[in-house]
Write a protein that binds this ligand. Structure first.
Ligand code: FAD
Length: 417
């Protein structure tokens, strides 16, 4: 145990893994290496608040004192270039090497790029890091007109945020609806209506053919139908790709992410992978998934620490996610792909409702808009393996709480889930 654990990537997953190792009583060296030159920070506020407020400060995941106080050797601004899996050694960019007993890959994901004429112009940006957010904030101060490519969560959050800051915002989405398959069509069209009511222009079923520049800076996006959308800033938000290159070069198994087992071990057992970069067989659906959420990153980090501390738990967290788009708090729990029916609670015009998705009589997941109570209850139900009938759902939250309590009384072992 002389070399301890090295964690590559100081984002949500990496920092939680370092903290959890200490919580698990691991007393060997813990080295956290990150290629950003920052105190590790929360990513979700970047698209929701940070970019519209010149005074906003990044929100650190942990205070500076946490790292020294927990004997975590945090090394910012250090990029790992190569893994020698057999020799248990990392090569660092700029020279130097680091030996490990265990390695945790928490390298996250990066924005997908769009190969488009003009995409190298100044003012064409995407949002992943604090450095990106600072750039968008600076550009936004000089850009009345903004075009956002992609109608996914991050694109729509940015659209709502910049619109609230007074910008003219157009979202261009290639398919015929917003939010891809992430939410039910009824939720996607609700989000669209409310965003449009604030003045965001949304073009679906439309792509951007090219970007037009002047003196090296973007000035317009030209759509597939030939429309010219003036823009001093174009934000590309068309999804993310996992950072798997280090793992790939080291010969680890890859499957739309670094393939891990139920204990977060890669195909080399002393190397684990967690967070956005990791792909695993999900206990809930039986399919391979790679999730991009804070919950997934932090829960997998806790489990990786337990694996290294020799606990034999399997990953069984119920996935959940949130997004704030203007006046809508969207919260999702479970995985709803494969659903064949749904029940609605609440009221769309009130901007407060939840959709309960079923496959046959099995509850798969719940999408809520401004109904946090439904979301929290849903996490308890799915965590306990409780699948209420659509009729019980229709009875409303009080009936559901009573049904869950009755279920847990019969099956108390499930209460911890
Ligand atoms: P990251 O947090 O991305 O951390 C990975 C780190 O590894 C990065 O710092 C990267 O630079 C570093 N790294 C990569 N390769 C190397 C290398 N070779 N050497 C050294 N360092 C390396 N999720 C939600 O649940 N709700 C939200 O509302 C939400 N909003 C979001 C808003 C934005 C703008 C973004 C970008 C993401 C949002 N997410 C949200 C997703 C969430 O932030 C991610 O799922 C989460 O950050 C994943 O954590 P991670 O540690 O796997 O990756």
């Amino acid at each position: 145990m002389k070399n301890g654990v090295v964690i590559v990537g100081a984002g949500h997953a990496g920092v939680q893994a370092a903290a959890s190792l200490r919580e698990e009583g691991y007393d060997g060296p813990v080295i956290l290496v990150g290629d950003e030159n920052e105190l590790p920070y929360h990513k979700p506020p970047l698209s929701k608040t940070f970019i519209k407020d010149a005074e906003a400060k990044p929100q650190p995941l942990r205070g500076e004192a946490f790292y020294s106080g927990s004997a975590i050797d945090y090394r910012p601004g250090v990029k790992v270039d190569r893994i020698d899996a057999g020799g248990r050694l990392l090569d660092l960019a700029g020279g130097g090497a680091l030996a490990f007993d265990h390695l945790i890959l928490a390298t996250g994901s990066r924005p997908r790029t769009l190969p488009l004429p003009g995409s190298d112009l100044s003012g064409v940006v995407s949002l992943r890091s604090l450095a990106d957010a600072r750039l968008i904030r600076d550009l936004s101060a000089q850009s009345d007109e903004v075009v956002i490519l992609g109608g996914g969560f991050i694109g729509l959050e940015i659209a709502a945020t910049l619109r609230a800051a007074g910008r003219t915002v157009t979202v261009v989405e290639a398919v015929d609806r917003l939010l891809g398959r992430a939410v039910a069509p009824v939720v996607a069209s609700h989000v669209r209506q409310r965003l449009e009511a604030t003045g965001v222009r949304i073009l679906t079923g439309t792509s951007v053919a090219r970007l037009e520049g002047e003196n090296g800076s973007v000035v317009a996006a030209i759509t597939s139908s030939g429309e010219r959308l003036p823009a001093r800033m174009v934000i590309v938000g068309i999804g993310a790709v996992p950072n798997v290159e280090l793992a790939q070069q080291a010969g680890l198994a890859i499957a739309n992410g670094i393939r891990v087992d139920h204990q977060m071990r890669t195909s080399a057992p002393e190397i684990l992978a967690i967070g956005d970069a990791a792909s695993y067989r999900h206990w809930f659906t039986g399919g391979d998934v790679r999730l991009e959420s804070v919950q997934n990153a932090t829960d997998q980090a806790r489990l990786a620490a337990r694996t290294i501390a020799s606990h034999a738990d399997a990953y069984s967290a119920v996935p959940w996610f949130w997004s704030d788009i203007g006046d809508m708090k969207l919260q999702m729990v479970g995985l709803t792909a494969g659903g064949d029916s749904h029940v609605v609670l609440g009221d769309l015009p009130d901007n407060k409702f939840s959709i309960y998705h079923y496959a046959g009589d099995r509850l798969l997941g719940i999408e809520s808009v401004n109904r946090p109570g439904d979301h929290m209850l849903g996490r308890k139900m799915l965590g306990a393996g409780f699948s209420p009938s659509p009729q019980t759902i229709a009875d409303g939250p009080e009936g559901l709480k009573a049904a869950l309590a009755a279920f847990l009384e019969k099956e108390p072992a499930r209460a911890a889930g």
